[in-house]
Design a protein around this ligand. Structure first.
Ligand SMILES: [Zn+2]
Length: 78
């Protein structure tokens, strides 16, 4: 147990320093905008398909371009 804890504690120091400015940014495929809002679609799961046996909600997150308000599918393609 002690050796596992030591490994976990070392991990943050091993992280590579990343300069965000050097990373490629995802662009909107419609207008090349680089800023996105997180929006949610909420699916309703019928009782017969739900684990609990009751109707439940299944939220799915999407990114919507701030500039053209279209939902990008780029992140689902990578
Ligand atoms: Zn856009």
């Amino acid at each position: 147990m002690n050796s596992n804890q030591a490994i976990l504690q070392k991990q943050p120091q091993q992280q590579v320093k990343i300069n965000l400015e050097e990373l490629e940014r995802i662009k909107c495929e419609f207008c090349e905008g680089e800023h996105f809002d997180l929006v949610w679609a909420i699916h309703k799961v019928p009782a017969m398909l739900s684990r609990t046996g009751k109707v439940s909600l299944f939220p799915v997150a999407f990114f919507r371009c701030v500039d053209c308000a279209k939902v990008t599918k780029i992140i689902h393609n990578t």
